[in-house]
Design a protein around this ligand. Structure first.
Ligand code: DOR
Ligand code: ZN
Length: 340
């Protein structure tokens, strides 16, 4: 008999964009409804680069999300990252990780790192104190094809970095390729990866299905089917190196549906439902709790949540619009529902 309900420890989202201001107040409750904690990305304008900026952003998130949700903050790395400041924020519990955006790789990454050599002193210190590095793994070299930027990043940047800092704990965020899945799988225990709902569900055809589809556009961009299959195999493999990170990245509708549409998919409202369906399709529902609720805390050296959530087999149709934003899978019917 098919499984009708699935009760797991409450999951966390190990990669999310909660934005600020009105957008924060609008989207934070969707993440808080599904997840107990979340690693919050620091790519605001201006970027969240100091303990003062991170602390006040954290307060705004707590206010917007309401009780029962714990934001785990990250510090935005620039070429000027100060090892002492990073260590101070970590030791004070202001942030749990720092985020490496290669300058120009994605939304609000202009202040990012132009050459990882510039942050080697910061990485040295992070390695020593046990602070996690979250990585947007794409090169920005305009000569590199957009669909190859993750694979080239692994060769040119990540592989040397993990060799130079073998004890640094690194999360390769939102993996999209076979190259990334295999590199992470074959590396030591200090390298892990997050996996988004969209990269498990769509391939690059979705961007062009009957016309240009801005709501399927995010960075790293979806790749060929063979890569989606490799990412699915990794996520559902049971390996502790792969865990849930939605990369939910809301943009106002007019910013998506534009001559130069923003990258980002707003998947927070139904993220768990989408992931659960993928695990079911792989006959891996018995591995879903590890992916959603155990592997992330273990990597970040935090306790798993004690509370549980229940998903039940009940169709739900994703609305075309959620408060003016277009959610991932809009108009599609999903097979699992999160019990309120
Ligand atoms: O699609 C994306 N959107 N990828 C990112 O790396 C950033 C994010 C955003 O902030 O909109
Ligand atoms: Zn992101």
């Amino acid at each position: 008999m098919a499984i009708e309900t699935l009760t797991i420890r409450r999951p966390d989202d190990w990669h999310v964009h909660l934005r600020d201001g009105e957008m924060l107040r609008w989207v934070a409750p969707y993440t808080a409804r599904q997840f107990a904690r979340a690693i919050v990305m620091p790519n605001l304008t201006p970027p969240v680069t100091s303990s003062a900026l991170v602390s006040s952003y954290r307060e705004r998130i707590v206010e917007a999300a309401g009780p029962g949700f714990t934001p785990l903050m990250t510090c935005y790395l620039t070429d000027e990252a100060e090892p002492d400041e990073l260590a101070h924020g970590f030791e004070e519990g202001i942030w749990v990780a720092a985020k490496l955006y290669p300058a120009g790789a994605t939304t609000n990454s202009a202040s990012g790192v132009t050459d990882v050599a510039n942050i080697y002193p910061a990485l040295e210190r992070m390695q020593r104190i046990g602070m996690v590095l979250c990585v947007h793994g794409e090169v920005t070299d305009p000569a590199v094809d957009v669909f190859d930027r993750e694979a080239v990043f692994i060769d040119r940047v990540l592989s040397p970095l993990t060799r130079d800092f073998p004890e640094l704990r690194v999360v390769l965020e939102h993996i999209t390729t076979r190259d990334a899945a295999e590199f992470v799988r074959d590396s030591g225990p200090n390298l892990a990866a997050t996996v988004t709902p969209q990269h498990l569900v769509i391939n690059r055809n979705a961007l062009f299905a009957g016309g240009l589809r801005p709501h399927a556009y995010c960075l790293p961009v979806a790749k060929r089917e063979e890569h989606r299959l490799a990412v699915r195999a990794a996520a559902t493999s049971g390996s502790p190196k792969f865990f849930l990170g939605t990369d939910s990245a809301p943009h106002e509708r007019h910013s998506k549906e534009s001559a130069c549409g923003c990258a980002g998919i707003f998947n927070a409202p139904y993220a768990l439902e989408v992931y659960a369906q993928v695990f079911e399709e792989h006959g891996a529902l018995d591995r879903f709790e590890a992916f959603a609720s155990l592997n992330g805390p273990a990597f970040y050296r935090l306790p798993p949540n004690e509370a549980t959530v229940t998903l039940e087999r009940r169709d739900v149709t994703v609305p075309e619009e959620v408060g003016g934003l277009v959610p991932f899978r809009a108009g599609e019917t999903l097979r699992w529902s999160l019990r309120a």
